[in-house]
Design a protein. Structure first.
Length: 352
């Protein structure tokens, strides 16, 4: 049936179980046809739980911009998990799931004041902003607002392909004072760490921002209560058990004196969805990037969901005729795609 089986790419998460075997893929294709996107939601939920277990002092948020399938959002919600929205449209996926938006960290670049107001009125209370222009949009908001300033990355490789986001550490004091002059309280800072960050790099960045916060507190007389370790958490610790232990130990050591008053968050995406998405269209492509999978669904690929028990959703043990799940297709929205019910076109080819 399959013309080739391409080897999977290097996983972005600590292995917890082998992927669905090829014979299992064979059966899914027999039931649903080609092309097909297979989402191992059970594995993604386990990988999210493993991150939370490895970093108990960090409130690990899942970035729904990586994969916003309702089954995964529901699984993380059931575990008491939290979410981050980092692209336009991601908040819509969370809102449709009817979860408490107080568990959402809004990290999308803010453009219009009405977007801020809509998110706040929906229940979001925590926002990451990139500078003084964003701070001005929060003038007059109630005291339950939690505003974090994103610190600009000093990694040249990142800046070479995109405009830098956030403020320079040298401008942090001025920005906090500016916010205070408007009656807006800054709760803390968000790091900007590259996806390939090692525990050593994380430790250096965390120590630097903790020192920065202490200096500003001494000068301004304010009190910070939040620090966000950024997106792509936990860097290389996503694939190395040793790195996880080292990073977790370092986080506890650096932040221990402030744990009674400091909330520590972080955002994970590929560490959750790695090895969870397979595309079948004559060939088998494992560990597919979520955005590529969304492209496939845009072109009409069906979707099969594997649950926590390794079975396709809707199937009982030994059941060879599970019901076909509702089809989900994705819609482009400024660099983000949301899975939603829709029609099913006829063909798609991984070749192109």
């Amino acid at each position: 049936m399959f013309t080739a089986a391409r080897p999977g790419r290097t996983s972005g998460a600590v292995p917890d179980a082998p992927p669905v075997p090829e014979v299992g893929m064979d059966r899914l294709v027999e039931r649903h046809g080609l092309p097909l996107v297979v989402l191992d939601i059970g594995r993604a939920a386990r990988q999210y739980r493993a991150l939370r277990s490895a970093f108990p002092s960090v409130d690990v948020h899942y970035d729904v911009s990586a994969l916003s399938h309702p089954a995964l959002v529901s699984a993380i919600t059931a575990d008491g998990g939290s979410f981050v929205v980092s692209h336009d449209g991601a908040l819509e996926a969370i809102t449709r799931a009817r979860i408490d938006l107080a568990r959402v960290l809004h990290a999308t670049a803010v453009v219009h004041p009405h977007e801020v107001l809509a998110a706040y009125n929906a229940g979001v209370r925590r926002f990451i902003v990139d500078g003084t222009a964003d701070v001005e949009k929060f003038v007059g908001y109630p005291d339950d607002l939690r505003l974090l300033l994103r610190l600009r990355s000093d990694d040249p490789a990142r800046g070479a392909h995109a405009l830098p986001r956030g403020i320079r550490p040298l401008d942090a004091l001025r920005t906090v004072r500016f916010a205070a002059s408007l009656g807006v309280r800054v709760s803390g800072f968000s790091l900007n760490v590259p996806p390939e960050a090692t525990p050593q790099l994380y430790v250096a960045r965390i120590a630097r921002v903790v020192a920065l916060m202490a200096d500003i507190e001494a000068v301004v007389g304010c009190r910070f209560d939040s620090i966000d370790l950024g997106d792509a958490f936990p860097g290389t610790a996503a694939v190395s058990v040793a790195d996880r232990a080292e990073l977790a130990k370092a986080i506890r050591a650096i932040l221990a004196p402030a744990t009674s008053r400091l909330s520590v968050t972080a955002s994970a995406s590929r560490a959750v969805t790695a090895d969870c998405i397979t595309v079948i269209a004559g060939t088998i492509e494992r560990d597919v990037d979520p955005l590529l999978a969304s492209d496939c669904m845009d072109e009409g690929a069906g979707v099969a969901v594997i649950g926590d028990d390794g079975l396709e959703a809707g199937a009982a043990p030994g059941d060879t005729r599970p019901s076909l799940l509702p089809f989900f297709r994705s819609v482009a929205h400024t660099g983000h795609r949301i899975l939603r019910t829709g029609r099913r076109p006829q063909t798609w080819s991984s070749a192109g």
